[in-house]
Design a protein around this ligand. Structure first.
Ligand code: B12
Length: 207
């Protein structure tokens, strides 16, 4: 849709105010929050490819990420929250050494909108902090995001530590992020991998 492309152009250019206004207009016109989230995710991935090819650089990524977060803050309240009783408690964080939070934030947003009790413990989360948060909140699910090949092994460290502490069976462990796939999830003994925020809901609803 042309409007979605235009919205991402504004995000890419760091036109935060304009992007927010446009997102508000689109929501008013009945464009669904899911459609906007999907388009922004695709846009961000395309920027990632350009970054890879050195056609854009870190400052441009930072500008776009900041604008994207602003747009998401407008979209979040529009994700209708059903009046269902709170489902499971989910601890979500991005692993140690990794500051990429956009994907994790989207997963949190969509889970909350679907009735889950989500506790976002942020980015750069250590192995012990994942486990302490899960214990403290009596969580059912631990979700770990990793966006870099250099940080994905922390997901494995958390699972190994849960096993060492005899706590592995207490939690459903989900992993995700751009370099993660089903093979990795199986290799490290996670319960599930999901490629996007909407799949996470389907996965957890089926548990
Ligand atoms: C935006 C971005 C940044 C932003 C992050 C802003 C922020 N606050 O999050 C900034 C500019 C800060 C940044 C910094 C860096 N980045 Co960067 N970044 C990206 C980029 C372009 C997009 C990531 C993104 O937001 N995607 C959009 C979201 C919506 O998608 P997503 O994260 O994949 O999430 C979805 C799914 O994966 C899934 N999901 C995500 N998490 C979870 C968790 C669970 C449990 C589940 C089930 C599902 C799930 O659901 C999400 C929603 O649908 C990627 C490129 C890429 N292909 O991913 C590079 C990329 C990840 N970055 C990269 C690099 C190298 C860096 C830097 C080291 C650059 C530098 N030289 O400093 C730093 C690292 C900083 C650090 N220590 O973390 C590399 C990593 C390479 C590698 N080693 O693997 C990438 C792949 C770019 C590239 N091709 O080189 N980056």
């Amino acid at each position: 849709m042309e409007m979605l492309d235009k919205l991402f152009d504004l995000v890419e250019d760091g036109e935060n105010e304009e992007a927010i206004k446009m997102a508000e207009v689109m929501l008013d016109k009945g464009v669904s929050p899911q459609t906007i989230i999907g388009a922004m995710t695709d846009g961000m991935r395309k920027l990632g490819d350009l970054f890879d090819k050195k056609e854009i650089f870190l400052p441009e990524l930072l500008i776009a990420s900041d604008a994207l977060m602003d747009v998401m803050s407008i979209v979040e309240p529009k994700l209708s929250i059903g009046d269902q009783a709170k489902k499971k408690t989910v601890i979500m964080g991005t692993v140690a050494g990794d500051l990429h939070e956009i994907g994790k934030n989207l997963v949190c947003m969509v889970l909350k909108a679907n009735g889950y009790n989500v506790i976002d413990i942020g980015g750069d989360v250590s192995v012990q902090d994942f486990i302490s948060a899960a214990e403290k909140e009596q969580a059912d699910v631990i979700g770990m995001s990793a966006l870099m090949t250099t940080t994905m092994r922390v997901q494995q460290d958390v699972i190994n530590q849960l096993v060492a502490e005899n706590k592995r069976d207490k939690y459903t462990v989900m992993v995700g992020g751009a370099p993660i796939n089903q093979d990795w999830a199986e290799k490290i003994g996670a319960d599930g991998y999901c490629k996007d925020a909407f799949e996470v809901v389907k996965f957890l609803d089926s548990k």
